[in-house]
Design a protein around this ligand. Structure first.
Ligand code: PEP
Ligand code: MG
Length: 593
């Protein structure tokens, strides 16, 4: 039966494919595809984990047997029996095996997927006793996962499906039919998204997340349709269901009828044609009708993204989110050499164009490692995040700064610092940069000059611009966080997503004042938050005087098209009216400029 689910539209386009469910269990595991020749090793890894748990439970049973009659409860012993029995459960064992063999899921993904399926069966049971066995099953799967952490994975890195090229969207399913796949999950960490980036999904759906959550941002950077905040989608959709994602409307259609399928097939082709038309603008300079030159830069997450930045016609990288090199590493952070090589790859990849490397910004919805994420911090977005995290760990910060300064010997590098708010943080940051340089001199290692910039993403920073302009060469407005902190809206929380408003007068006034002050002082200013890539806002930002936009490569051509059709002499007075309006959204609509 066809039904639709509404969520938030975060990445444009239409995707049609079969659902691949990522287990919604609270167990946080890595999800990636293995190669066909790794199947046996992966099954052996689950077996080894299970054997360890069996041994552990037998040892526990023995210790119970040696306890006195008072401590040795029958219940405890019976519970261990149940757990041992569940470890032999055919549905669990065969199911896990099938996910690994047929779908090439890594062992942890296979285990949690099968757990999810069996859990649903338990939920449907009439008998309360049997229903409660679900908790036992979860416990043993958790034990296996824990045991497996001690068993080294033979799989070095996430890969695309065996025998298929990375990025290819058709792939061989277990049932030997070639169809695109759509990923459905309760939540995906940005690190997970990054793994899937090299993978094969035609679209993403998550139950949670806001428009500028980092999961949504990575989906956009992959330029594939995505819907987040789809509430209970992962519970309503079943493995292999046919799904349509309408990334423009934020709608998910499950089990579509042939008529709906045909309609969306048509829409998909239209969008492809539109994309083809836009590609003609690739080599056209971004200049407005009245001759104002505009710089269109790319936001990237990994050094390899430099290639798509160049392909999209970016004239540099305005934001390299370096934290993606640090995430999902299970405690082993990249050392100076590894970081240096990564930054150098990005710099060389951009072939002489400038690369803005932002120092690490972990925390909030970008935990370093979600499996060890500390829930104790109730307000992670207000906690030890970004520069606060770097200043709290000077050795780690100096390592990153040295790596960036070394990469600057190979091309134009700008160093960008996130989340600054206090004068003391500015002074400490600059002192660390000087110290990193002195350390390199002492070690006789080459390093290059960098322009140093600050992100304006906390209202306090936007309200003390003079301090920032005194110390920095350029500013970059991080509107995602600026909106979050100005309006007190968690950017990752879908339940308040309707209040997350880039056009709130307070936000617009902070953005406008920052651009105006930088221009007055002749300092460079760009916007690198999601507002920069939103074509609905291009004219407003131009009217406010912005001439440097940084966005995902996939958005560059559409923004360029808006720029080519704009006349800033007409936009400027209009933009001033918009920011002064009680309801800027109303002022924006219906005006042909
Ligand atoms: C921002 O806050 O606008 C920004 C660009 O940084 P991030 O989205 O990585 O927090
Ligand atoms: Mg930010």
């Amino acid at each position: 039966m066809t039904f639709s689910i509404h969520g938030l539209a975060v990445s444009r386009g239409v995707a049609i494919g079969r659902a691949v469910l990522v287990a919604s269990s609270r167990m946080d595991v890595a999800h990636y595809f293995i190669q066909a020749n790794e199947v046996d090793a992966e099954i052996a890894r689950v077996r080894a984990g299970r054997d360890l748990v069996v041994e552990e439970l037998h040892r526990l049973q023995l210790s119970i047997a040696h306890m006195g009659p008072k401590e040795a409860t029958h219940e405890l012993s019976a519970l261990l029996d149940v757990h041992l029995m569940l470890l032999q459960d055919v549905e669990l064992i065969n199911g896990v095996k099938a996910w690994i063999v047929d779908r090439l899921y890594n062992a942890e993904w296979a285990l949690t997927t099968q757990l999810d399926i069996i859990s649903r069966h338990f939920d449907e049971m009439e008998d309360a006793y049997l229903r409660e066995r679900k908790a036992d099953l979860e416990q043993i799967v958790e034990r296996i996962l824990r045991a497996m952490r001690g068993v080294a994975s033979p799989v070095a890195a996430p890969k695309a499906r065996a025998g298929r090229k990375s990025g290819q969207q058709d792939l061989l399913l277990g049932d030997t039919v070639d169809v695109p796949l759509v990923l459905v999950a309760h939540d995906l960490s940005p690190a997970d998204m990054l793994q899937f980036k090299q993978s094969v999904f035609a679209g993403f759906i998550t139950d949670v997340g806001g428009k500028t959550s980092h999961t949504a941002i990575v989906a956009r950077s992959m330029d594939i349709p995505a819907v987040v905040g789809a509430r209970t989608c992962s519970q309503l959709v079943r493995q292999d269901d046919w799904i349509i994602i309408d990334g423009d409307a934020g709608v998910v259609i499950v089990d579509p009828s042939p008529i709906i399928l045909a309609e969306y097939g048509f829409k998909k082709r239209q969008l492809e044609l539109e994309r083809g038309r836009l590609s003609r603008l690739l080599n056209t300079p971004a200049v407005t009708m009245d001759g104002e030159k505009v710089q269109l830069l790319a936001n990237i997450e990994m050094p390899e993204d430099a290639q798509s930045a160049l392909q999209a016609g970016a004239v540099g990288v305005g934001l390299f989110r370096s934290e993606f090199l640090f995430m999902g590493r299970r405690g082993h952070l990249p050392d100076e050499e590894e970081q240096f090589q990564a930054y150098k790859r990005a710099v060389e990849g951009m072939k002489g164009l400038p690369v803005t490397i932002r120092t690490v910004d972990v925390g909030a919805d970008k935990p370093l490692d979600s499996s060890v994420y500390d829930d104790a911090h109730l307000n992670p977005a207000l906690g030890l995040r970004a520069i606060r995290w770097s200043l709290a760990d000077p050795a780690m910060f100096l390592t990153q700064l040295r790596a960036i300064l070394r990469a600057a010997a190979f091309g134009q590098v700008h160093l960008l610092v996130p989340m600054l708010a206090h004068a003391s943080e500015i002074h400490q940051t600059l002192a660390h940069i000087a110290q990193a340089r002195a350390m390199l001199d002492k070690r006789g290692l080459a390093h290059g000059p960098v322009q140093i910039g600050a992100m304006i993403e906390i209202p306090a920073a936007a309200l003390t611009l003079k301090l920032f302009l005194k110390h920095f060469d350029f500013l970059s407005i991080g509107t995602n966080d600026l909106i979050q902190y100005t309006l007190a809206i968690d950017r990752a929380d879908e339940s308040v997503a309707h209040l997350y408003d880039p056009l709130h007068p307070a936000v617009l006034q902070l953005v406008a004042a920052t651009i105006a002050e930088c221009r007055k002082q002749g300092k460079g200013v760009s916007v690198c938050g999601e507002m920069a890539g939103d074509v609905m806002l291009t004219r407003l930002l131009l009217g406010l005087g912005l001439r440097s936009f940084s966005m995902h490569p996939a958005q560059i051509l559409a923004v360029k098209q808006e720029i080519l059709r704009s006349d800033t002499t007409r936009l400027e007075p209009w933009a001033q009216r918009v920011i002064a309006a009680e309801d800027p959204t109303l002022e924006m609509t219906g005006v042909a400029l």
